[in-house]
Design a protein around this ligand. Sequence first.
Ligand code: RIB
Ligand code: CA
Length: 314
Amino acid sequence: MSIRKIIIDTDPGQDDAVAILLALASPEDLDVLGVVAVAGNVPLSLTQRNARIVCELAGKTDVPVFAGCDKPLKHTLVTAEHVHGKTGLDGPQLDDPTMPLQDQHGVDFIIDTLRSQPSGTVTLCPLGPLTNIATAFQRAPDIIERVQEIVIMGGGFFEGGNITPAAEFNIYVDPEAADIVFRAGAPLVVMPLDVTHKALTTPAHVAAFRGMDTNVGHMVAAWTDFFERFDKEKYGSEGAPLHDPCVIAYLIQPDLFAGRHINVEIETQSDLTRGMTVADWWGVSGRAPNALFMRDVDADAFFGLLAERLSRLA
Ligand code: RIB
Ligand code: CA
């Protein structure tokens, strides 16, 4: 399979961090052109710091990190320190990064990269609110047809929501941005809670991370130990759902996942159901399909891939 060029748009977040590590540990599959931070789990000042920490942890300080948008298109920023801690990467003790933040705005990097790379050769991987992607599409509509694929973590249907009964966090934070992206017409793959809640860390998985006895292994184990308490308490689940790594695992091994090509629209008008992904799983609306909406994952194979790739990092 050819190496896929990707831009990771992210709000680290422990699960974002694992996704970035997975991507950076997979050079035979993925060429990470850049990492763009967005406000989400924690404010932009922290997500851009955290993105640089993770790139340094992977020993990939040549990957440029950019700061994107610091607030959603319309709503006031909602953050998730209750899940990720006040730094966004709570769990292990972390030093400040030394690698530089790029001067260019992250949205301009997305636009310039899509314009300069051959059309249809760059995949966008949003792991947080879709503010940067939507802003790029609004500023430069010409780039939309140049996108190879957009593979996002966001939404939920059978699982409902995780920040409100109706909405998943990434979509809830910036539903207007999500509406722009879901209507844009670029090939779209969605990893909703329906599938990410099946990618749960178990004590055995966390022990396997720790058992690598590498800095990365210990970091990932400490992050999952911290991150899982929210979901275990709320859902009574066995461990932490590794939401964002599902996006990267799909790019490496798409057959780990199964879903349907359906119509998905975003609720932007109602306070009660703000950010709901209205997924026409049963094909009753007559609306044209616009997204490959995933529902199942081979969890054992997913964790096998994750452990194999993370074990490559020191
Ligand atoms: O709802 C889960 C998503 O919101 C994940 O991407 C997590 O990192 C947060 O951004
Ligand atoms: Ca995220």
